[in-house]
Design a protein around this ligand. Structure first.
Ligand code: NDP
Ligand code: ZN
Length: 352
């Protein structure tokens, strides 16, 4: 079978591989639609995970079941499914303890395009199909479903980790598709004022749509100065980081109030140290919490998010600015994610 792969750091291309084989609890899925992620860009072009050779990329897909193992109870060939980016091993201690993302080791629940071949392939393998896959309902569009697999769940996780309370003032740093969903998640969880920090026109329009009350353009002056001015020197209750380099932590810690939380869902592709500014962190005594997380995955998470879309709490289809038809367009879509132009939020490739 054919797949679009990371050949090595900074190198991508089409390769041929053996079709994967389903174990007793697994499924083999044919993609219906896929999307590239900024994480694929960090992985390939920044070498963020280290060397990977001939690894098929992609972890955002909606697909059709081609085959199931003999212990799979819920699914059969032909079923249409939403495939989460994160597919934990549920029979692990980490999963029992509530951190299924790290089942089997740190970040090990993230398998596609990290520890095994991803979804940019004619067929791909899904472990523990009954626990990881969710049915695609007829009344959800394919593009919304693809966005649920990673963008919605990750952005919403940023809002969850920030522990947003009714009336909180929140800054979302980075309003790409992840930050936009963090904005939507913060709104659903009850934030009052939401600062969306970004610069590109399409993102600013979408941030206003998803619930930002104020836009801060980081190209027009330091973010901390702008947000401190806009809050009369008080700062914000919660910060969600969904973009920028490790240096952004200095800004986040500075603008969050004592007792507040900085929640990070950014994937830092470069730099050895993420800096915490001593004085802004109250010399270590400010009760400013910092937490970062890989998004949850699995079936239950997908079903909850599918319901949020189904009952009109969020419309992730607005993230999709570019649609391609044909498997061969995967490379073009990936390159769009690399060279983000003004009008791009997220591309989706329909396989046929
Ligand atoms: P995008 O690149 O589309 O968006 C990044 C945003 O950050 C843009 O709004 C950009 O501004 C903004 N930004 C860039 N530099 C700065 C800066 N110096 N100061 C302030 N804002 C800045 O990324 P995505 O939304 O696709 O992804 C966001 C991050 O989430 C990525 O690192 C991705 O790898 C990660 N991710 C993490 C997951 C997880 O499980 N934790 C899962 C999926 C993705 P501009 O408007 O100028 O473009
Ligand atoms: Zn991703």
């Amino acid at each position: 079978m054919k797949g679009f792969a990371m050949l090595g750091i900074n190198k991508v291309g089409w390769i041929e591989k053996e079709k994967p084989v389903a174990g007793p609890y697994d499924a083999i899925v044919k993609p219906i639609a896929v999307a590239p992620c900024t994480s694929d860009i960090h992985t390939v072009f920044e070498g963020a995970l280290g060397e990977r050779e001939n690894m098929i990329l992609g972890h955002e897909a909606v697909g059709e079941i081609a085959e199931v193992g003999d212990k799979v109870e819920t699914f059969k060939p032909g079923d249409k499914v939403v495939v989460p980016a994160i597919t934990p091993d549920w029979r692990t201690t980490e999963s029992v303890q509530g951190f299924a993302q790290h089942s089997g080791g740190m970040l090990a629940g993230w398998k596609f395009s990290n520890f095994k071949d991803g979804v940019f392939s004619e067929y791909f393998h899904v472990n523990d199909a009954d626990m990881n896959l969710a049915y695609l309902p007829d009344d959800i569009s394919i593009e919304s479903a693809v966005m649920i697999t990673d963008m919605v769940t990750t952005g919403f996780h940023g809002a969850e980790l920030a522990d947003i309370q009714l009336g909180d003032v929140v800054a979302v740093i980075g309003i790409g598709p992840v930050g936009l969903m963090a904005t939507a998640g913060a709104k659903i969880l009850g934030a009052s004022r939401i600062f969306g920090v970004g610069s590109r026109k399409a993102l600013i329009e979408a941030a206003n749509f998803y619930g930002a009350t104020d836009i801060v353009n980081y190209k027009e002056g330091p973010i901390d100065e702008q947000i401190m001015d806009l809050t009369n020197g008080k700062g914000v209750d919660k910060v969600i980081i969904a973009g920028a380099s490790p240096e952004i932590m200095k800004t986040a810690v500075k603008i969050v109030k004592p007792g507040g939380t900085v929640s990070n869902v950014n994937y830092y592709g470069e730099g050895d140290i993420i800096p915490i500014p001593r004085l802004d962190w109250g010399s270590g005594m400010a009760h400013k919490k910092i937490i970062g997380g890989l998004t949850p995955g699995g079936k239950d998470r997908m079903e909850r998010l599918i319901n949020l879309v189904k009952y009109n709490r969020v419309d992730p289809s607005k993230l999709v600015t570019h649609k391609f038809h044909g498997f061969d367009h995967i490379e073009e879509a990936l390159m769009l994610m690399k060279n983000k132009h003004q009008d791009l939020i997220k591309p989706v490739v329909f396989v046929d």
